[in-house]
Design a binder for this molecule. Structure first.
Ligand code: AMP
Ligand code: ZN
Length: 437
């Protein structure tokens, strides 16, 4: 049992009181970090001026660029000897983003993870296989600590090697798997290639999927292929990693843990709050992190608060699945397009396989959107007229959705490049092309 009733079902008034107390402490702590110290002194910001949680709006934002500019220790608010772990993004260009934790922070994060897993219906009787990279990324250790705190048998499988993953599932009777959704489509193909059916040949009952944008269509597909329930898990390394927001068994949005994070949804242009129910940018403040508090961090993730209450009794607000990132959007032929719009169209079509790739490039002086789509192995038989018909249908449906006409290329299952971690959905070659010219 991992149900923190007094926190998870707290009344809104009491929650706001707790949030204000924690916000004041956060600002006090943050003020010790070189970055915030200078900023807050300059602007005359002190914790005692905060009288209501809405006063957060008077505080300046923090951006990923700020984190990079003050790499590595500019956001540290505690002495180094108190720090016990760091996690960091890959940082292939420029400085990586690094987050530091002390004992309190790791314990608080583990708690949120255990709470999240319980909320999705996972119990200590489950056998939990964590198919996720262990190391500097947060998904490995973040889940590991939560699974152990909840008390499941954990299998720290790491990412990749699908045959070994299947063997682990069968050897130990795995009931729960955490993985990124784009990997699960590929894993299913390996089951098929081995002549196995995960519905019959494993004890799987539940998936936790997250860490990358995906559509409701993709979730439903995964649920059908494996015969399991798949729950959405949202997090970002700047807010620890996983365990920020999680679906409960009602699958009606993700409860975002408001005792640990102060949540704002803002219009990304005006930076003013949008009403509940409307999509905006998620901006978050840590309320229970000591070593490296972050205040009004602009996540760039687009979502909305789902109005109303949840049947599970938890009072923490629910966010909708992430619609995309403000920096994911691309413009083609004058139309604003989010990759998830295209995924939504593709995965409604039964003949479409598990992967797709959107490439943007100049062709004969014109910007084109080329959508390569893998077709399903059991459907692909080389019949050209069938492929032609499917390709035309996909072209029309994408154009109806995003208003720009794509060039659709159907490709063999398994032929698109696979990334090590999160799926790369868009390859924008236009910038490079322009430079070449
Ligand atoms: P990272 O900091 O590398 O863990 O990446 C965090 C980012 O991954 C978030 O800001 C989101 O853009 C994305 N992300 C994480 N979980 C989800 C999810 N469940 N659905 C959609 N996007 C997600
Ligand atoms: Zn709920």
């Amino acid at each position: 049992m991992y149900w923190e009733k007094e926190f998870e079902t707290i009344e809104r008034k009491k929650l706001e009181k707790l949030q204000l107390e924690r916000l004041k402490k956060t600002i006090l702590d943050a003020g010790k970090a070189p970055f915030y110290k200078q900023l807050y002194q300059q602007k005359g910001i002190t914790a005692d001026k905060l009288k209501h949680i809405d006063d957060i709006r008077q505080l300046p934002f923090t951006t990923k660029q700020d984190l990079r500019n003050h790499f590595p220790y500019g956001f540290l608010s505690r002495p180094k000897q108190e720090i016990i772990r760091l996690h960091s993004s890959s940082g292939t260009t420029g400085n990586p983003t690094v987050i530091f934790h002390n004992r309190h922070d790791i314990s608080s994060w583990s708690n949120l993870m255990a709470r999240s897993l319980f909320c999705a219906g996972i119990r200590d009787t489950d056998v939990f296989q964590n198919i996720c990279g262990y190391g500097l990324f947060t998904g490995g250790l973040g889940f590991q600590y939560g699974i152990e705190r909840l008390g499941c048998l954990s299998i720290p499988a790491g990412a990749g090697n699908s045959l070994r993953q299947i063997k682990l599932m069968q050897d130990y009777g795995t009931t729960v798997v955490h993985a990124i959704p784009s990997y699960l489509g590929r894993l299913y193909e390996v089951f098929q290639a081995e002549g196995l059916d995960p519905r019959k040949d494993t004890d799987l009952r539940l998936f936790v999927i997250g860490a990358e944008p995906h559509t409701e269509e993709q979730r439903q597909r995964i649920e059908e292929l494996f015969g399991v329930k798949a729950y959405n898990s949202f997090g970002l390394s700047e807010m620890n990693g996983p365990g920020v927001a999680f679906e409960c068994t009602h699958q009606a949005g993700l409860h975002i843990w408001e005792d640990a994070y102060l949540v704002e949804i803002l219009d990304p242009e005006t930076l003013e709050p949008v009403p509940d129910g409307e999509i905006g940018e998620l901006v978050m403040t840590t309320l229970d992190r000591e070593a490296m508090p972050l205040v009004r961090y602009r996540t760039r993730d687009l979502t909305r608060i789902i109005p109303g209450s949840c049947a599970c009794g938890r009072t923490h607000a629910r966010i909708d699945r992430i619609a995309g990132r403000s920096d994911d959007m691309f413009i083609i032929k004058g139309c604003n397009v989010f990759p998830m719009q295209i995924e939504g169209v593709l995965l409604k079509i039964p003949e479409v396989g598990s992967d797709y790739l959107i490439t943007l490039e100049h062709v004969d002086g014109v910007d084109e959107m080329i959508v390569e789509v893998e077709v399903r192995r059991d459907w692909f038989n080389g019949d050209i007229t069938r492929l032609d018909r499917l390709s035309r249908m996909i072209t029309h449906q994408i154009r109806d959705e995003v208003l720009a006409k794509p060039i659709v290329k159907l490709v063999e299952p398994g032929s698109l490049p696979k990334s090590e971690g999160k799926a790369i959905r868009v390859n924008d070659k236009r910038v490079l092309d322009t430079v070449k010219i």
